[in-house]
Design a protein around this ligand. Sequence first.
Ligand SMILES: [Zn+2]
Length: 750
Amino acid sequence: MQLKRTLIIYAAAVVLAACEAPREVAEVEVIPYPQSVVAGRGTVKLPSSLTFSADMPQAELNDLLAYLPDYALPMKPDGKDAFVQIIEVGENLLDSASAEGYKLSVDKQGVRIQAATAAGAFYGLQTLAQLARGKDELPVLTVEDAPRFPYRGLHLDVSRHFFDKEHVKKQIDLIATYKMNRLHWHLTDGGGWRLEIPGYPELTQVAAWRKPANYLEWRKDGRFYPQDTEGVYGGYYTADDVREVVEYARLRHVTVIPEIEMPGHSSEVLAVYPQLSCTGKPYTSGEVCIGNEDTFTFFEDVLDEVMRLFPSHYIHIGGDEASRRHWKACPKCQRRMREEGLKDESQLQSYMIARIERYLNGKGRDIIGWDEILEGGLAPNATVMSWRSTEAGIRAASMRHDAIMTPEDYFYLDRYQDDPETQPLAFGSTIPLAAVYSYDLPDTLSPAVEKHIIGVQGNTWAEYIPTPEHAEYMIYPRAMAIAEVGWTQPAHKDAENFRHRVNREVRHIEGMGYHPFPLSVQVLHAQEVDYNNRCIRLSLTSERYPIDIRYTTDGTEPTAVSALYEGEFVVKDSLLLAARLFDGDKPLGKTLHLRTDYHKAIGKTITYAKRGGYYTAKASYMAGGDAGLVDGKRGGKSYADGYWQGFCPNDLDATIDLGEVTDIHRVVACFMQVKSPNVFLPAQVDVYVSVDGKNFTLLGSDTCPEEEAAKEVAYVDLGWTGAPVPARFVRFHAKQRMKQFLFTDEIVVQ
Ligand SMILES: [Zn+2]
């Protein structure tokens, strides 16, 4: 609804400018959604053979002609009476300050694309191709469009698993159609060095190959680079490969930003040049020695070649997750700190980053680094890529440094995208499509800070991504959501409308030979707690569209003739829901079994024991703080969704005051296990009650079943159920099994 309202306002605003007053608002099937779409009257037939003319500088026209064979809509150049007219006006016709904007008009004469730059014209063509897809006519309309952010990126890790240049080009081709304009190429890391460097043959002869192929197995085996080449897995890009990829990207208005990791994530360098390590030995550290001048010679030589191959203004120098351990014990690093007056090892890292920055600045380039580069003092001209949080990027922007938002809880494409029990092994939490789409900046930012936030990016870390097909599965459709976050103004975003468009788009790219996640076949749910009316509003949805959701509330399995979900449930006491998707008669996915209780502890006071409090270092793990376990809100499948409260290394030991003595018969909490990021079920749960808050009686203990504890992913209810007992205070104690993370979403008291 939001979208329609916005468009009506837009429509009203352009009445004066249009020859013919717009009579309706169009919803177009375009990703990312344009800023303004105004419908005219009727439709225009698409000619069977499409012609175009282009009024633009010759060099840009040549680029367009070189790209056209891969353009989705076949077009031939024709000077006279061309159906599609591309006009580069050389100045921005839109209110937006962006040079990437365009105006696309469809009327009886054909299609006219006006843009300030070749990039704008390219984006107009992408919108045209999506509008024309599968149709023999176009609606009469006017689209005015420009991006929200200048930087809209996709990151590819080709170190942990190697993907060849054809795979990289294939992704560039697709993201460009979503108007993304940066490919961040993570070329070096502990998993393998992927770029040929003159004078350093060992990097690609040795440190680009390994046995076995799977990164996780190789890591378990100790991460050694074999000297023999029999049966090895890996690869690297030659200088010619890079030139080919960079040119392919340029024709699609995508800048390729290379990343050379330092000073951490460099164990592959140290495997072949152990003299650059603090210990002088291979396989002892992932960090280079900053006290050693040879380290700088090495990286400067590498960066010289990088600058020869990549025209990108930005060079990414990593800077993340460096351990300080070896620097503390290294005489050379300690001497460097004394000589340079550096207080601690964070400043030693900053010394290196600043020195590399000076080197690159001297050659006309600027650096991007991960947000750890904020820690020991930020290099003067650095752009910060904020991965641990949105806040770090805002901090950088407040210091007048540019920042790119890649927060791991939204834009990390190595995370699960659906119920982990249904998915191939992935890293950590679950970030479904809707969560990616929901990303926005806080609306409290001042314009001075906001202007330094230059864009967003999805990151495809490849530890858990062994094949190119699997990479596509993890990237799409979530990259479509990131494209829309980066391009479309928040007022024009519409999650429901996006759901419809993305269904069409996923089917389309499957037809093009991509391997996207085909969208979840699980029923998704959301709850809203209404404390005033003492009820929970429960609504259901799905990533699939169109689709039926059928349900029961009597404990039976839903079938093709069960009730059809048409609107939210209002739960005043308890609802035992079973819901499943149906495509006609055909059931899809798993049945959602969801118990919703407006229970006795909702809104009551909870206090935590001294060694039983929740983890506070990450906001999403606090589930809203003290009220998080008694707010009626149940979590989804991800511990990072803001509903699950985390405990590490503490137990969960909390006491709820129900305010008065009342009979209770059930005290239960659900716990989650996802082993890869160290989230474990508890060993045991003890439930105590008291009427006076002093003398507590143990009602019962529940231990975690062995078969659940053995699973990679599990969700288990633990607690006590029995004959009613009077209680005012309920103490719930969940004991750690692994002293890692424990997560629960609600303590249900009935
Ligand atoms: Zn050292």
